[in-house]
Structure formats: structure tokens, C-alpha cells
Design a protein around this ligand. Structure first.
Ligand SMILES: O=C(O)CCC(=O)C(=O)O
Ligand SMILES: [Fe+2]
Length: 337
């Protein structure tokens, strides 16, 4: 934990407590919420610009209708506008529930809370999880289902491109193995995190999210027009400028393991600001929950030995329950020396 976070713990503790009692500046200060209407210039032609050397890429021209994207940000914002009695129905420390409303990064472990609330939704299998999702706002499920389906489809397109870039699958998917592999991703897990960062009275003293990498294969991240996301490039933190309607594609730990280190998961964090609230929607995709994630055997040879241990979700969940899971620390435990 950085000293500035620890300091924020002393300075902001009372304000944070007030915030989690549901008071929040947002309702009292009259600060304008995220504007709800944008124009999203997404052209028709798909153009998947994924480059093996990049860890986070912005994806435009992805073909997801602008209305689906706009509605997701809008309905996500309206969920966080609900009275606390409505939101707190979904508060739980049980990480295995299909819906979880909470705060900070890891609520049960963080000594100092980050300036972020979240709603996490397990998206598969949809018929099982949907009845657990919030029923308020009344259009929440409809809008979120549409968004989760579109992002899943986009994820599969990206996986095809990534497998091809690694020389694992062929372009025309003529091999049975290729189809089986893609099927596994199709049956894979999807978790959505809707993040809400209220205006913070002293943004220099805290963070919206601490430095971390996402555990999955890829994250499709949608941010509204308020900046805050930063990725670590060499020694610098670089702000990822929001482009309306574009996705930030973050490589997660599972892809780093699967590619035996050819793709590197991206370390990222979120800054907050004193003026505007911010919303982001992260769609985390990976293999099925019970699958073993391991370096692809096709990429392993005598000259290119296996660099990561096999892992699974259970190991990850155990880890985050017991340790501080920031700074790519889980991935470090998976490395073979
Ligand atoms: O709010 C953001 O831009 C990033 C959110 C994020 O990193 C996450 O949900 O894992
Ligand atoms: Fe993240």
C-alpha cells in the first residue's frame, strides 16, 4: 500500500464512513452527474486492432450498437442513484454470489478503502443468474443482458484473432482442435463489474482502484467521458484518454499464462477527481470457471519451456481471500522460476 493511501485513511476516514452510510456528496452537493447523452461515432466496419506487444488497446469500430453502450452506462448510473436501502440488498462478502454490491477493492481486506463502489454480476449461465440480478431500475436486466451478450460476442472475435496471432488456431478454423478450443471460450465465464467513483473531496490522497491486473483472459472496459484510468507503461502511469463508445481491451493474467508470457497482463489503477463522478463497466472474460488455465502446450518446447504453473479460479479466490491481490501479486505466485 502506498503511503498516500495510508494517509488518506486518516484524513478521509470519516468522510468515507459517511459515504458508506449512504449520505454522499453526490446527493447533497448538487454536483452534476455524468451527462447521459453522447454521440458515439462507431462506424460499421469492424477493425480489431490488437497488437501482441501492447497490453491495453483501445478498440473502435467494433460494431456494438451505440444504443446498447449508451444504455448500459445510463442504467448503471441509475442503479447507483437508487436509495441505499435498495442497493444494500446486494451487499455481501460472499464472493460466489451471482450479484455483489460493495465498495473499495477488496472490502474484507483493505485497511483503507478506495473511493469506488461496484456492482458485480456473474453473467453465465444467464438463465440461472438473471433472476438474482437487480430488478431495479426496472430496465436494468434488459439493458445489461443486451450489453453482456454483445461484449461476449466481441470477446470471442478477439479470441479468434489472439489465437491466430499466437499461431495456435488457423484463420479458417478448419481443424477440429481449433473448434474445440473456441467452444471452450464460448462456454467461458463472464463477470461484469459496474464501477462508480463519486467526486472525492481530496483526490490526491486516495485512489479509485489500486494498481492491479485483471485475473481473466481479456477485459473489455468501457469508460464514460471522465478520465481516471491509468496503465503502467515502463515506469510511468499513463492516462487512458476516454474515447466515447470505444473499449479499452486489457490483457488479463489468464492470457499471460495461456500465452506463456507472450502477452503480458496490464497493471492499471484508477484516479478520482473532486468535480465529477465517473462510471466504468468492465466485462471480464475467461475460460469456464472449472477449467485449468495453463500455458498452451502448442507454445511449449525445449527452447521455450513452460513459464507458469497451472491455475484455476478456486486458487485465485483462495488467494484474494487470504492476501493482498494488488500489483499482479497473484500472477507472481504462478511463475515458474
Ligand atoms: O474504472 C476503470 O476504468 C477500471 C476498472 C477496473 O480496472 C476493473 O473493474 O477491474
Ligand atoms: Fe481492472
Amino acid at each position: 500500500m502506498s503511503p498516500s493511501l495510508a494517509k488518506s485513511g486518516e484524513r478521509l476516514k470519516n468522510e468515507i464512513e459517511d459515504y458508506h452510510k449512504g449520505v454522499k456528496y453526490l446527493h447533497e452537493s448538487g454536483i452534476q452527474r455524468v451527462p447521459k447523452k453522447y454521440i458515439f461515432p462507431i462506424s460499421e466496419r469492424p477493425n480489431y486492432a490488437i497488437n501482441g506487444k501492447q497490453q491495453a488497446s483501445k478498440l473502435v469500430n467494433h460494431g456494438i450498437p451505440e444504443e446498447v453502450i449508451r444504455s448500459m452506462v445510463d442504467v448503471g448510473g441509475r442503479f447507483f442513484d437508487l436509495p441505499l436501502v435498495e442497493r444494500e440488498k446486494y451487499m455481501t462478502t460472499d464472493m460466489t454470489t451471482p450479484v455483489r454490491y460493495g465498495t473499495s477493492f477488496n472490502q474484507t481486506k483493505d485497511g483503507v478503502f478506495c473511493w469506488r463502489d461496484f456492482l458485480k454480476l456473474v453473467c453465465d449461465p444467464l438463465p440461472d443468474v438473471l433472476p438474482h440480478w437487480p430488478s431495479s431500475p426496472s430496465d436494468f436486466r434488459e439493458k445489461t443482458v443486451a450489453y453482456s451478450k454483445e461484449t461476449k460476442f466481441l470477446f470471442l472475435k478477439l479470441v479468434e484473432a489472439i489465437l491466430e496471432s499466437l499461431g495456435i488456431a488457423t484463420k479458417n478454423k478448419t481443424k477440429i482442435d481449433d473448434e474445440e478450443m473456441l467452444q471452450e471460450f464460448e462456454d467461458g465465464s463472464q463477470l461484469m463489474a459496474v464501477n462508480f467513483y463519486p467526486p472525492c473531496p481530496d483526490p490526491d490522497l486516495t485512489l479509485g482502484m489500486p494498481p492491479h491486473s485483471d485475473y481473466g483472459f481479456l477485459t473489455l472496459l468501457l469508460q464514460d467521458e471522465v478520465e481516471g484510468l491509468q496503465v503502467k507503461c515502463n515506469e510511468d502511469w499513463v492516462t487512458v484518454q476516454p474515447i466515447p463508445g470505444a473499449f479499452v481491451v486489457n490483457v488479463g493474467d489468464h492470457l499471460e499464462i495461456f500465452s506463456n508470457g507472450k502477452y503480458k497482463s496490464v497493471l492499471h489503477r484508477v484516479l478520482v477527481n473532486s468535480l465529477k463522478s465517473r462510471i466504468s463497466v468492465a466485462s471480464l472474460h475467461s475460460l469456464p470457471f472449472n477449467s485449468i488455465v495453463k500455458p498452451s502446450p502448442i507454445l511449449i518446447s525445449e527452447t521455450n519451456p513452460k513459464r507458469y504453473k497451472d491455475t484455476n479460479f478456486a486458487a485465485f479466490l483462495e488467494y484474494i481471500k487470504s492476501c493482498d491481490s494488488t500489483n499482479k501479486s497473484f500472477l507472481e505466485t504462478r511463475k515458474l522460476t
